[in-house]
Ligand binder design. Structure first.
Ligand SMILES: C[S@@+](CC[C@H](N)C(=O)[O-])C[C@H]1O[C@@H](n2cnc3c(N)ncnc32)[C@H](O)[C@@H]1O
Length: 221
């Protein structure tokens, strides 16, 4: 009788051990999944929700077409998996930076750049685009959401260099006049350019026809 009791105790102890291991495994998996998923969910909790939606291949090509003839520094605001930055770096004319909140995407982007041999021309930073000074960048790319474009327009009015340009994907700026529009539907990109040379008009004032920030006075009156 006593032997049977000892066996039952061992069996229940063994069962409890397996149960605890399963609870530990499930809990551990849940923690790992939460740590990985949190940076993808975090943008939804911000004032302006800017989720991770990668650019299509056509969209990336439209961005490169818009930047044809340009060179210098380039930044992608919210660079996601780094596809626009890597594609621009492969053109060989830009020193490229990606600014991205999600650290997993930043690490993936670095690996992606290394894989195609453009690490030396690319930098990926885990940072908030709203807290980043954009003055050093002469070419700025953004694939944002409609709600953020007025605030971004205001930020760029202060920080875009006098010969800088901005390429907006899918959502245009509310007040600026695009220099060019490329592509269609969800792949549309708008190029906004500031003039490199200020042309003087007959009346002595600087001509502003080519400045994306010049307001269309005909519509305002
Ligand atoms: C629409 S995706 C665009 C990704 C990439 N530019 C592309 O075209 O494939 C927007 C990205 O911005 C990132 N993001 C959201 N808020 C941000 C912020 N405040 N600062 C930097 N990146 C942000 C998101 O994590 C997401 O990866």
């Amino acid at each position: 009788m006593e032997v049977t009791k000892v066996d039952d105790g061992k069996r229940s102890f063994k069962g409890r051990g397996v149960g605890l291991a399963l609870v530990g495994l499930t809990g551990g998996t849940a923690v790992v999944l939460s740590v990985v998923a949190a940076p993808f969910v975090a943008p939804a909790l911000r004032k302006v929700c800017l989720p991770y939606v990668p650019a299509t291949t056509i969209q990336v090509n439209n961005v490169l077409r818009a930047l044809r003839g340009r060179s210098g520094t380039l930044v992608d605001l919210g660079s996601g998996d780094g596809r626009i930055v890597v594609a621009a770096a492969r053109e060989g004319r830009f020193k490229c930076t990606g600014i991205e909140l999600n650290p997993w995407l930043v690490w993936y982007s670095r690996w992606s750049a290394w894989r195609v041999g453009v690490s030396s021309n690319t930098t990926f930073t885990t940072a908030d685009l709203w807290r980043t000074n954009l003055t050093p960048h002469s070419n700025i790319v953004v694939f944002g959401v409609q709600e953020m474009m007025p605030d971004l327009e205001a930020k760029l009015e202060k920080e875009l260099s006098s010969d800088g340009c901005v390429v907006a994907c899918r959502f245009p700026f509310p007040s600026w006049t695009p220099t060019a529009t490329l592509g269609e539907d969800i792949d549309t990109v708008w190029l906004y350019q500031r003039p490199k040379i200020t042309v003087t008009q007959d009346n002595g004032r600087p001509a502003q026809e080519n400045d994306c920030m010049a307001r269309d006075t005909h519509h305002n009156t």
